[in-house]
Design a protein around this ligand. Structure first.
Ligand code: MLT
Length: 393
């Protein structure tokens, strides 16, 4: 009997579990500490009312013989896939319903999608980046090549002709840096992928935070993307579904490698290993795309972006350099005095009881940087920034 020895190449625990453990230990030793958590990107506003009402209605249907639902389609109910497809038409992107797969969130699909690729592929991953891309490929034992995100390129690495990769991860708006690719930059990536027969895994989990109309929310706004890109999206940050769980993945039919359509492979994978998202949750997600749903989710997003503005203004005042915070819920700041990111984490936790995420947890290029999320309550964000001013002024 042999275990998957690739697991021994992983860090001991997942980044956000490590942080939660450290914070819990500190809290146990200092029970009176008023800790403000701006670490993990978890929402704090309740679900939009339209979603709650839709789920209540769906829940009642489940208690009636005539409307009760057992197993649904593994790839999601038609009503939700149609609603997602319609949402894409706002950006002139035409998708058919069977190119959309409903899931329990982007994180699962970003890991699960690897089932359809050979372990012999070389993977290109930005550094810094959401740790799930790296960890899931380490688990599978794939060769990983990193591309540097840094201050010089605004944390938006571009393709290099001499780097050959088969699978490319892009996240825009980026987690953790908040940087957003423009259309011309994404076009370069799409051309590179098509030229090299590579596949782009495009994480659009934060698209709803893009307020600048000139920036692309979906990779399919870029010509040529249908033959090289899979897109992952989520209701977590868009509509507060972090605890409710729903997302979707788009696999265009034109995406063919070695003569096989990846859409067909993904369908085969999902129908075999996944039994779908609860009917009640999918009705809640559908409500996000109604007129009222759009209004209510937009209000929440504007609230979080308002928090980001408060954080950014404080950093400006203190002369602390940062990225993101504009079309993104993340603020990526440069640790003052060249501090290491975990030292900065310890200092904020112990001196002002504010929790953030050390940049080093997102990759070596994140060393010396620190991520704050705008997902806290307004009251806590203001309080945390007052504490920042006291500490750094
Ligand atoms: C984060 O803090 O980076 C995210 O909340 C993690 C996630 O979405 O899984």
């Amino acid at each position: 009997m042999k275990i998957n020895s690739n697991y021994s190449n992983l860090k001991d625990s997942y980044l956000f579990s490590t942080i939660a453990k450290k914070v819990n230990e500190y809290k146990a030793a200092n029970p009176d500490a008023d800790i403000i958590r701006l670490g993990i990107g978890d929402v704090t506003l309740p679900l939009p009312k339209v979603c709650v009402e839709a789920m209540e209605k769906a829940s009642a249907e489940m208690g009636v013989k005539e409307t009760f639902k057992g197993y649904g389609e593994e790839q999601g109910y038609g009503f939700l896939r149609t609603a997602v497809a319609k949402y894409y038409t706002n950006r002139n992107v035409v998708l058919s319903d069977d190119e959309i797969f409903i899931s329990d969130g982007a994180k699962s699909d970003l890991g699960n999608i690897l089932d359809v690729f050979s372990v012999d592929n070389t993977v290109l991953i930005p550094d810094p980046v959401y740790p799930v891309y790296v960890d899931t490929n380490v688990m599978a034992g794939r060769n990983i090549v990193f591309m540097n995100g840094n201050e010089e390129n605004g944390f938006l690495p571009m393709p290099q002709a001499d780097v050959k990769a088969d699978i490319i991860y892009l996240c825009s708006p980026n987690n953790p840096t908040g940087a957003v690719y423009n259309k011309a930059q994404l076009k370069e990536w799409v051309d590179y992928a098509n030229r090299n027969d590579a596949v782009i895994l495009f994480d659009a989990a934060y698209e709803a935070f893009i307020m600048d109309d000139t920036l692309p929310k979906s990779i399919y706004e870029i010509e040529g993307a249908r033959t090289c890109a899979i897109e992952f999206c989520s209701f977590s940050k868009k509509a507060g579904f972090t605890g409710t769980r729903c997302g979707y993945t788009v696999v265009p039919k034109e995406l063919v490698r070695e003569g096989v359509a990846l859409n067909k492979m993904w369908l085969r994978r999902q129908t075999t290993k996944f039994n779908g998202v609860p009917y009640i949750v999918q009705r809640g997600a559908e409500a996000v795309f109604t007129e009222e749903g759009y209004k209510q989710t937009q209000e929440n997003i504007e609230y979080y972006l308002g928090n980001a503005k408060i954080i950014a203004a404080t950093l400006d005042e203190l002369g602390i350099k940062y990225f993101g915070g504009k079309n993104s819920p993340y603020i990526w700041l440069k640790c003052p005095d060249n501090m290491k990111s975990w030292d900065f984490f310890d200092m904020l936790l112990t001196k002002i009881n504010v929790v953030g995420t050390p940049g080093q947890g997102f990759g070596e290029n994140g060393e010396g940087f620190f991520r704050l999320t705008a997902f806290g309550s307004r009251e806590n964000v203001i309080k945390a920034m007052e504490r920042f001013k006291n500490l750094f002024a």
